[in-house]
Design a protein around this ligand. Structure first.
Ligand code: JHZ
Ligand code: ZN
Length: 406
């Protein structure tokens, strides 16, 4: 399969095929299973600008709707991280007279609430109504729309140029990224910065984290592909900073050309990515072979545990659960339920495989012998609060970077 690059128009060759999949965050009510939407999930690399991307596209209105269930504030680690981001911007970037910050995909206000408390001019752009309302309740000003070139022009006319445009776990979701870049270019002030944090493609490959591939993740950014993208839209990549979130995230800082001195990290990452062949098709074909191995090992392990008469339940229902369970063919027969602390997911079913999502109390009331940790990127936080499970002999199953039991 072949398609054209959303950034440069080059040829995108299929490297990974995860089969027919529903929407990653399409947690559904039992009464809605009849009308579930699925699509063919494949990803590939652009032969010209090396941008990794999905080949198909689920319309954005079907992904970011009124009841989008992901709440960025559910993790204490994430809350602390985003408050830290806000404090950093307040101290280093929002220091001029009447500064202005825009966040694309502000979710429940996890970052902007701190900016709002400081009384600094800000605007969140968040099309998903319920999370937007949560942020408004925290004093955040929100425009409930999708960010693109038109929205950016409107914001500039009404509020003037932005000193900071920020996005976290959002920019790589936007299939019309080219329009976003044109919008950023017109909205950004002369010395403004466009800062975004997204799962790092290098970490996805290192971890064989194939579960990071789902409809919402239209792109998988690397330093090389972001540098090329910045240049194409009249911006310059001036920093790349690795962060531990989501199993490996990269924070990119873009400015207007020549306005900021690029940090040495940019050239260092470019060298490293070239040396390891991150932008090459063969690297992804090897990745794909490791994914098949994980699927086979995980199914074999679950079958063995069942044959021993033991139970496995899922812990955490991140969007990643959808990709893993659908690709591996794991349903309620193997995993009777998963627990998750997001109220918007509880009482619903995992998309496609229809495993029920229950509150964590279900886990505490009747510990199983094994728990499959779908929220593996939160392993430290979760294992630290679930010590009683371990104390009673419970074991954790992880499937990245390979299938293992802890
Ligand atoms: P988590 C999200 O992906 C969504 P997901 C999004 N599409 C994106 O791009 C990525 O982030 C990068 C639960 N949990 O963070 C809460 C517990 O139950 O891995 C969440 O449902 N107990 C925007 O969905 C899930 O696990 C806990 O103690 O893959 C984690 O979701 C903790 C800490 C979490 O994101
Ligand atoms: Zn391209």
């Amino acid at each position: 399969m072949q398609s054209s690059c959303r950034i440069c128009g080059g040829v995108v060759l299929k490297s990974i095929d995860l089969g027919q999949q529903p929407r990653g965050n399409g947690f559904l009510l039992p009464r809605d299973v009849e009308n579930e939407l699925t699509f063919h999930l494949t990803m590939g690399l652009c032969g010209s600008c090396t941008m990794a991307q999905l080949q198909g596209e689920v319309p954005q209105e079907l992904r970011y709707h009124e009841s989008y269930p992901y709440h960025a504030s559910v993790s204490a680690v994430h809350r602390e991280h985003f408050e830290g981001n806000a404090r950093y911007f307040l101290e280093h970037e929002l220091t001029g007279p009447d500064p202005f910050i825009v966040e694309i995909g502000s979710n429940d206000g996890v970052m902007l609430a701190t900016i709002a408390q400081a009384g600094v001019r800000h605007l969140g752009v968040e099309p998903s109504k319920e999370v937007a309302e949560l942020s408004m309740a925290r004093g955040v000003r929100v425009l409930s729309e999708f960010f693109d070139e038109t929205t950016a022009t409107k914001i500039r006319l009404e509020h003037g140029p932005a000193d900071v445009i920020f996005g976290a776990n959002c920019i790589a979701h936007i299939a019309h990224l080219a329009s976003v870049c044109r919008g950023v270019e017109s909205l950004l002030g002369p010395d403004g910065v466009f800062v975004f944090e997204e799962p790092y493609f290098g970490a996805v490959v290192d971890n064989t984290a194939f579960d990071m591939i789902y409809d919402e993740h239209s792109f998988y950014f690397a330093v090389r592909s972001i540098k090329a993208m910045a240049e194409r839209f009249g911006l310059e990549l001036v920093n790349a900073e690795p962060l531990p979130l989501h199993g490996g995230t990269m924070r990119y800082t873009l400015g207007r050309p020549g306005m900021r001195t690029p940090a040495p990290a940019v050239a260092e990452f470019l060298d490293e990515e070239r040396a390891r062949g991150l932008g090459e098709h063969e690297t992804l074909l090897r990745f794909s072979a490791r994914v098949e191995r994980i699927r086979d090992d995980l199914n074999a392990l679950l079958a063995r545990i069942r044959a021993e008469g033991h139970r496995v339940v899922g812990y955490g229902a991140p969007a990643k659960t959808t990709t893993v369970t659908n690709y591996c063919g794991i349903g309620p027969d193997q995993i009777p339920y998963v627990v998750d602390n997001t109220p918007a997911k509880q009482g619903r079913l995992v998309p496609g495989t229809h495993i029920p999502v229950l509150p964590p109390s279900a886990f505490h009331e009747d510990y199983p012998e094994y728990a499959l940790l779908f929220a593996w990127n939160h392993a430290e936080e979760i294992m630290a609060k679930e010590t009683a499970f371990r104390d009673r002999g419970g074991r954790w199953i992880l499937y990245v970077p390979d299938v293992h039991v802890l």
